[in-house]
Write a protein that binds this ligand. Sequence first.
Ligand SMILES: *Cc1c(COP(=O)(O)O)cnc(C)c1O
Length: 354
Amino acid sequence: MSYPKIVISTGIVKNNVKILVGLCKKYGINVAGVTKGVCANEKIVRSFVEGGVKYLADSRIKNLKRLKPFKLPKIMIRLPMISEIPLVIKYSDISLNSELKTIVALSKEAIKQCKTHKIILMIDVGDLREGIFYKEDLDYIISNIIQLKGIKLVGIGTNLTCFGGVIPEKHTIKKLTDLGKLIENKYNIKLGIISGGNSSSIHLLSVDALKGINNLRLGESLLLGKESAYGKQIKGTSSTGFCLEAEIIEIKYKPSVPIGKIGKNAFGETPTFKDRGIRKRIICGVGRQDVKIESLIPLDHKLIILGGSSDHLVIDGDDSDIDYKVGDIIKFNLGYGGILSSMTSEYVDKAIID
Ligand SMILES: *Cc1c(COP(=O)(O)O)cnc(C)c1O
């Protein structure tokens, strides 16, 4: 086994999934397990399935391909590119959409592949990423969609907190559910899926503000057990299912402020340093090509991460009670960005434990 290495406990992930699926179920909500954060890793996906998710969802064709062995319906959660439509039809059952041109292309391809592809129409209720801007163009797009063959409009959905950072509130969600009712009445159709967002919508469960929503697309909360609007841990879950291990390659005592004129670092940023005098500095063989270093949380709380470059992580180890030696391993828990980056990096070994 080589380093850096990410150790994943599928038992912890499965328990998180069970708790969240149970919590959502109490409010009449089913869960689409979003697998992009772990590159649809088969063993981790299995813990999603065993934990009780109803759908599997991913943003990338390569990941949807990996989901093929699983029986659950698959959702493509990034708006499809016209160039990838044959694969969207082949590897997903449902896709999130907002462009009529794309939906027409999906319809043609679905007919060609003798399939009925399901569509969730995305509504932008304020975050300003994807979706029809609230009611604009809605009539035009829906009246066209319902005439197309090979596809079926099965629901509407929204996405929040991803781009504009808009936190879901009761009135934001109500915009979506009201629109759902309006569409059902006006076009005399049944929308089976009202998808109320991602892990940033979970905090609304406890205040009973997701009335009318029957689906959430959850990634981060299943992996880390945290709702993502405020970062609160959900009762009974754990955020320790992912642990990055890195090896120490240098330990030296050095000044805490670099010597010489300071310009931009390797990433075009001008670093600033606090003068703490001569300190014990530890370098680990892990860097930005392996993991988003801002997302690392050392298990030894007395270590201070000073920064990093492509291949090096520089740590102030002066306050630690542990007498680290070159060759020792330092362990870190990870935030969502850290999981996503290290699961994606081919330089990080993956070790999956139970
Ligand atoms: C990534 C993504 C999700 C999952 O978001 P989390 O915050 O990880 O729960 C849900 N929906 C869409 C459209 C996404 O792109």
